[in-house]
Unconditional design. Structure first.
Length: 205
């Protein structure tokens, strides 16, 4: 028995077959994997390590610290005070004057007396004229006055006012009591360069 298929059915069947193939083709296209995107490799350019400049240490040429240390090592010792009387028995002031002068004029005076003040000034001026050293000894200074008194030959006393003249190293050459002006003192100082040591007889008034 022959089955007769009408024309419309044939057309529908053909369309269905085409649609089926189209669907299969679409599915195959969707399932096709996407092409992998090219991977770009970023190779880092090697950078040379930074070279550190060595720190330069400045050596100070003049440091205050070293100066202070140097000064600290040289500490001045306190000067030892000189005794009032030297080893030779003379007052230290007269002994020191004899170190720099061959002849030294010593004026003995009472600081409370106006006459003695004039005698002191004249004795000093006379010493300067003769180029001799000069020292003043107050009778109120018991240490110096006592030392001079003990050195007077024959146990005499110091005149007030008065002038004593010493020659290096420690020789008493002249002892003049009373007031003596500058000319008398200058002449006596010059004569003391060659005069004999004083023996106990006072010259002058």
């Amino acid at each position: 028995m022959t089955v007769q298929v009408s024309r419309p059915v044939k057309i529908f069947a053909l369309v269905a077959v085409i649609a089926c193939f189209g669907g299969v083709a679409m599915l195959s296209l969707h399932k096709k994997p996407n092409a992998a995107a090219p991977v770009i490799s970023h190779t880092a350019t090697p950078t040379a390590p930074a070279t550190k400049t060595p720190a330069v240490t400045k050596t100070p040429t003049h440091t205050k610290a070293s100066t202070k240390t140097e000064h600290a090592t040289h500490v001045k010792k306190a000067a030892t005070p000189q005794p009032a009387i030297a080893e030779n028995g003379l007052p230290t002031t007269i002994a020191d004057a004899l170190h720099s002068h061959r002849i030294v004029v010593v004026s003995v005076f009472d600081p409370q007396s106006s006459t003695d003040a004039v005698s002191y000034a004249e004795a000093r001026a006379g010493a300067q004229e003769a180029g001799a050293g000069f020292v003043g000894v107050s009778l109120m200074d018991s240490a110096e006055a006592g030392a001079l008194t003990s050195l007077i030959p024959g146990g005499g006393l110091l005149p007030s006012p008065g002038v004593l003249i010493y020659r290096r190293p420690d020789t008493l050459v002249q002892l003049m009591g009373g007031f003596n002006d500058r000319d008398v003192v200058a002449q006596a100082a010059e004569q003391s360069l060659t005069a004999s040591p004083f023996t106990g007889t006072s010259s002058g008034s």
